[in-house]
Write a protein that binds this ligand. Structure first.
Ligand SMILES: [Fe+2]
Ligand SMILES: [Fe+2]
Length: 313
């Protein structure tokens, strides 16, 4: 064991927030500086660490407490008052964590028949929990967490898609299960995108456009994934006006359930790209979705989604 360093869990890093102290990697038994204080871990970097299975990095022992405080900021349950004692987690929160672990497993490459069974089972449970969620004011901060990277984003999209679909009038449990699983797996193809550390941001983004098709290919290799789920994965970036990808499908040619997951996906990205607290980000994103997504999504669905989201913020 090396002296003077402590480990920090990379899955708890906060994207876009300056690091409180330097970070180190362990190479051949030596700690090498990886990032300086005030450097930022961006989403791409975070995803790379997760996909490469880098579970821990190192900080100086004396900085451990600073890091705990920095990472802990986003772990306060949304909506909770930090002054109050921590309450027992709800069954929704517990199921959400289970879904997060299943998604993390898949994104770290542990894909096999067992993980498919586990993912289908956990998303079914998550659907049941989301269906219990009341359609009330200010509910969104309970449902959509602070997304650090693709895994948290995937869980958010799963929860939001089911919530939107349910309140849009989709009541059939099986359909909601497809939406929930499709949401959880929609970006799974990113695991197979051959990103290179030397790629520029533009190059990475161009390469990432292959992820819907790579995702479908990946799921084709895993027995037991419903075709509805694969259609959601393959079409979640298609847009109503035909400007999406990969097939530039238009209007009714886009699978109905993929249109809902596509909306939830766009919303979660917008929330992540805003500044401020989670509720502030959500409010800004609802305004933005209304102003900018005209013609990108089916008008009736967009209108209903905005109505539902507005109720929630
Ligand atoms: Fe995507
Ligand atoms: Fe996504």
């Amino acid at each position: 064991m090396s002296q003077g360093y402590a480990t920090v869990d990379t899955a708890r890093f906060i994207i876009g927030e300056p690091l409180p102290a330097p970070l180190f990697v362990l190479i051949d038994g030596r700690h090498i500086k990886y990032k300086s204080a005030d450097d930022i871990i961006d989403r791409l970097m975070f995803d790379r660490l997760q996909v490469k299975g880098v579970k821990v990095l190192y900080v100086l022992d004396s900085d451990k407490a600073l890091f705990e405080k920095w990472m802990g900021g986003a772990d306060i349950p949304p909506g909770a008052d930090p002054e109050k004692p921590i309450e027992k987690p709800t069954s929704f929160q517990i199921t959400r964590s289970e879904a997060r672990r299943a998604a993390m497993d898949l994104f770290q490459g542990n894909v096999g028949p067992e993980s498919v069974v586990k993912t289908l089972a956990v998303s079914k449970k998550l659907v049941t929990e989301v269906m219990k969620q009341p359609y009330v004011s200010k509910n969104l901060a309970q449902l959509q967490y602070f997304a650090r990277g693709t895994v948290d984003h995937s869980v958010n999209v799963s929860v939001l898609s089911v919530y939107l679909a349910h309140h849009m009038g989709y009541t059939h449990q099986l359909i909601l299960n497809h939406i929930g699983t499709g949401g959880l797996l929609h970006d799974i193809g990113k695991v197979r995108v051959p990103l290179n550390d030397k790629d520029t941001l533009e190059e990475s983004q161009e390469k990432l456009k292959a992820h819907p098709e790579l995702g479908v290919k990946m799921l084709d290799e895993m027995p037991g994934v419903p075709s509805e789920v694969k259609m959601i994965v393959g079409q979640h970036h298609e847009l109503f006006d035909g400007t999406g990808f990969p097939k530039k499908l238009r209007g009714a040619a886009i699978y109905d359930l993929a249109r809902i997951v596509g909306l939830a996906n766009a919303f979660d990205r917008m929330v992540a790209d805003q500044a401020g607290t989670l509720p502030e980000r959500q409010q800004a994103a609802v305004r933005k979705i209304e102003q900018t997504l005209n013609r990108k999504f089916e008008p009736q669905k967009l209108e209903k989604a905005v109505k539902i989201l507005k109720m929630g913020v």
